[in-house]
Design a protein around this ligand. Structure first.
Ligand code: UGA
Length: 452
């Protein structure tokens, strides 16, 4: 099927490459010439496992363009542009609306595609997209019975391809049955798992067939916010109990396992730590609170999850302070800058906020991340931190280390060597990924999250 995707960020690029791999004729549109030029030359513009190989494998069967005109004849046009958060928590729909306007401006009269909204958008946005397209068609004196659908994505950065090809469910919101049928065809290879597994992208253990959940437009839009809010609440819940575990002498990892094995709860998203960040949970929880505000309906659970998450970041600083007594004048090394491993994304990243708090308290802050350092230098040119090129360099002369992003390489470090170069052997493990026993044996003061 001919499919055009507007926007080649995380969602657009991953979806576009996946659909092309599954045999569709995909055109990926982005206004940014640099991104399109790089993609044409086989270079992926985001750090995401497997995307580069997939692009190579697909070769010339996908087109990249800066002009929607080049893909307007597609049967399915997906909008996958960014929806940033405004200062008041509202969602900025300017890119979504601009895409809708452009579709209305150039859609040929006899061509009736399904316009699919994949971006995370507030309830009612699919209808708004429809009316913007209609308005622009009307200006041209054109009548066109095109369709709209809401198809939220549930992919996680770092495992975006796996989540796209092996999803738990595909949610489709629309007003017409025919739309569900057309879009079922788009996802058929995934729904039937009839494609050949691409190298390096494996199905999760015990994976079955995904469900195809058809809903009305508002439900599909709300499902996305409900899913992210629920996951954010779940993580904040385990973090809240982590604080209590420390006080009563329990170990939150044992508690998480003990409750997670109850199938009604599930073991996922129960890793206590420095809290959630990234481009989705912080933005989507704020956005759904704003929706509640518009409808004069409070969402106290979501609100509490945000507050617990904030406290969790500050909690890392408190742990450093309790070990060092005074923060001012000490050198603290932060392990990790990305909001989670597998990505160079720094949006609302816990280590960045922690670095800022420590700097404000007068610490000398050093940072290291295996992939996100260049992004950090570019995005925070005024942040007065020292960049180290290895963990060993980071640790040399440090009074404490704080591990905030659980990069796999941090699990196999030479702690003897690291310890011998530190001024004070203190480690705050903000992701509970190190061995307390090993570190204490090597003479470190080890402080985890929710552990005794
Ligand atoms: C999240 C959702 O998991 C996806 O389903 C959704 O599609 C995506 O947002 C989106 O809306 O686009 P993502 O933000 O990429 O995906 O990452 P997650 O793996 O969910 O992690 C989010 C944050 O929670 C990270 O900072 C991570 O370190 C933290 N986290 C996660 C925990 O602190 N504990 C956990 O147990 C899990």
């Amino acid at each position: 099927m001919k499919i055009t995707i507007i926007g080649s960020g995380y969602v657009g690029l991953t979806t576009g490459l996946s659909l092309a791999y599954l045999g569709h004729e995909v055109t990926l549109i982005d206004r940014n010439h640099v991104i399109i030029e790089k993609l044409r030359n086989g270079v992926v513009t985001i750090h995401e496992a497997g995307l580069g190989q997939l692009l190579k494998r697909i070769g010339r069967s996908i087109c990249f363009s800066t002009r929607l005109q080049d893909g307007i004849d597609a049967q399915v046009i997906m909008i996958a542009v960014g929806t940033p958060c405004k200062r008041n928590g509202d969602t900025d729909l300017c890119f979504v609306e601009a895409a809708a306007e452009e579709i209305g401006e150039i859609l040929p009269p006899n061509h009736t595609p399904v316009v699919v909204i994949k971006s995370t958008v507030p309830i009612g946005s699919a209808r708004r997209v429809k009316s913007i397209i209609e308005l622009n068609l009307k200006k041209r004196g054109v009548e066109n019975d095109f369709f709209v659908a809401s198809n939220p994505e549930f992919l996680r950065e770092g495992v975006a391809l796996q989540d796209t090809l092996y999803p738990d469910r595909i949610v489709m919101g629309a007003d017409e049955i025919i739309v569900f049928d057309i879009l079922r065809q788009v996802y058929l290879p995934i729904l039937e798992q009839s494609f050949e597994q691409p190298t390096g992208v494996q199905a999760p253990q015990g994976y079955g067939l995904p469900a195809y959940v058809t809903t009305n437009l508002a439900s599909a839009e709300l499902i996305k916010y409900a899913a992210n809010s629920f996951l954010a609440i779940k993580i904040s819940f385990i973090n809240e109990f982590a604080g209590l575990a420390e006080r009563v002498g329990a170990d939150i990892r044992e508690v998480a396992l003990g409750i997670g094995l109850d199938r009604r709860i599930g073991t996922g998203s129960l890793a206590a730590g420095a809290g959630w960040g990234g481009s989705c949970f912080p933005k989507d929880t704020q956005a759904i609170l704003y929706t509640g505000f518009l409808y004069d309906y409070s969402l106290p659970l979501v609100d509490a999850a945000i507050r617990v998450n904030k406290r969790q970041r500050k909690g890392i600083v408190d742990k450093l302070q309790s070990a060092l007594k005074v923060i001012r004048g000490n050198t603290i090394g932060i392990m990790g800058l990305a909001f989670k491993p597998g990505t160079d994304d720094l949006r609302d990243s816990p280590p960045i906020e922690i670095a800022h708090i420590l700097l404000d308290m007068g610490a000398h802050v050093r940072v290291y991340d295996p992939v996100a350092m260049y992004n950090c230098m570019a995005q925070y040119p005024d942040m007065k931190v020292e960049y180290a090129s290895t963990v060993q360099e980071l640790a040399t002369g440090c009074d404490a280390l704080a591990l905030i992003t659980d990069w796999r390489e941090f699990a196999s470090l030479d702690w003897d060597c690291i310890g011998s170069s530190m001024r004070n052997k203190v480690v705050v493990d903000g992701r509970n990924m190190l061995s307390k026993q090993e570190l204490e044996h090597k003479g470190f003061t080890y402080i985890g999250i929710g552990t005794c």
